[in-house]
Design a protein around this ligand. Sequence first.
Ligand code: MG
Length: 203
Amino acid sequence: MKIICIGRNYVEHIKELNSAMPTAPVFFLKPDTALLTRNRPFYYPGFTSEIHHEVELVLKISKLGKSIGRDFAHAYYDEIGLGLDFTARDLQDDAKKKGLPWALSKGFDNAAPVSRFVPKSRFPDLRNISFHLDLNGKTVQKGNSSLMLYPFDEIIAYISQFMTLRTGDLIFTGTPAGVGPIKPGDLLEAYLEGEPALKCRIK
Ligand code: MG
């Protein structure tokens, strides 16, 4: 399986990082070795001193598809969860400056903790899903799918022009504002529509 991540999908987050507004969805990949499941702890690696949390809604692809039309995209995912797009911001800033890829800063081991997935039929309105992230009991990020520049169906239509989507692939759909550093000892708790969904202790 592959993990596809959308960058720059919430205006307030684009502003906080002084990034340019995209004219099409920006995406990058994480390898499957980045997956961290079942609320397992994250061990802070030695090659970075600035990992940021980015809480995101995550789609799970349910059907093989290529060049999927926007109007049919909804049939290609059936579950939604939450994920943390851990980002080594120091390495990413350096890569951005040098025009190098983001693989190191985004694709390291366990850089993609994900929650359990919920059938999308449980959400009354996919364009109005709220989520938030608490760091040590204090809310640091709040998002809602209504604020996405590129909604789910548009993301799937866009990506599948270039890459075949397979059952089990995950799509991280971008983070809202409020990203910030984590350190050993921290506890991250992510909530989907107010319900606890994902927990990650930093060691
Ligand atoms: Mg992200």
